[in-house]
Design a protein around this ligand. Structure first.
Ligand SMILES: [Zn+2]
Length: 315
């Protein structure tokens, strides 16, 4: 029997092993509650790491969801200001940081596209951000990245970027993505501050306002997975990837394997894609986890492993 097509719809890359390690250490995963030890990846997430992990898992393509947070970048830059600045000096320095955010985002996205250029098996999704580049400015940048740098989609993370997925500052960007047929992959899940920017329900207005826009709710809602079926039922343009949540099944706030399989079955397995969230988790283990799920048929699982990503993301 032929091996099924395997595509990883959700990986991250970092410039250096140190940067990857720092990203992994700095990102606390709390939303699934308590659980027996989770199997994390040993990789730090350089492009060489990703190519090796893909080969090991027999994954032929991977979507790299590059994430930049203007909010986080701003906070870090402010924290690094020298101590003892006067109030005026500090205000001026903060204004300079704010003014630099659009260029920092553009530079980051250019790096994200450059790094995959020599690797046709890697597909680049760039960050859109309502704080650094809202509205038409954001649209112009995305067009440039698609037309001249090979970007194939958009990535957002409301909980880290600090704005709701249905923030109207993003409407021009969403309209342009619809026009260009550009899918958007968004982190979905709760946040600690209680802003609810990235919970499945926060996608409602976005999905309703742009019914031709394909939006992927990564992690199937994560710790707020109970909201996913209602969103899927109301909005046919909502799609899902099962990364991270599939590694945390059995956690006190996570579904069991049985519940996750039922969730996928209820949403429609053809709307769900495999992801690894590499370098947090391993690609070969993500494949194993999909194949281990109960309820779903062999054919449904094989779709999740790769064929669905071809249809949904137009790969
Ligand atoms: Zn991710």
């Amino acid at each position: 029997m032929a091996e099924p097509l395997k595509i990883d719809s959700h990986i991250h890359l970092y410039k250096t092993p140190e940067e990857g390690k720092a990203a992994k250490e700095g990102y606390q995963i709390w939303e699934y509650g308590q659980r027996a030890p989770v199997r994390f990846s040993r990789y730090s997430g350089t492009v060489e790491d990703a190519l090796e992990a893909m080969k090991t898992a027999g994954v032929s393509r991977a979507v790299v969801v590059h994430l930049f947070s203007a909010l986080g970048t701003r906070e870090e830059a402010i924290a690094r200001l020298p101590e003892g600045l006067g109030r005026d000096e500090k205000d001026r320095a903060i204004r300079e940081i704010d003014a630099s955010l659009p260029d920092r985002l553009k530079e980051f996205n250019r790096w994200g596209c450059d790094i995959v250029k020599d690797h046709p098996q890697l597909v680049s999704y760039i960050t859109a951000d309502a704080i650094a580049l809202p509205g038409e400015e954001g649209v112009a940048h995305i067009r440039d990245m698609v037309e001249n740098h090979g970007a194939r989609g958009i990535k957002m993370h409301g909980a880290v970027q600090g704005f709701s997925m249905s923030d109207e500052r993003m409407w021009p960007v969403y309209g342009a993505c619809r026009e260009m047929g550009l899918p958007i992959i968004c982190h979905s899940g709760p946040d600690r501050g209680g802003a609810h920017y990235a919970e499945p329900r926060a996608f409602g207005r976005m999905l309703g306002e742009f019914p031709e826009l394909k939006v992927v709710l990564a992690h199937m809602g994560g710790g707020t997975w109970h909201q996913a079926p209602e969103i899927a039922k109301t909005y046919p343009n909502a799609y899902f990837d099962c990364c991270e949540i599939i590694e945390w099944t059995g956690g006190t706030d996570a579904p069991t394997d049985q519940q996750l399989a039922r969730l996928i079955s209820d949403i429609g397995p053809e709307r769900v894609m495999m992801g690894s969230d590499f370098p947090w988790y391993d690609l070969d283990h993500s494949v194993e986890r999909v194949m281990e799920l109960p309820i779903l048929s062999q054919e449904e699982k094989e779709g999740i492993l790769g064929a669905n990503a071809v249809d949904i993301l137009g790969l």
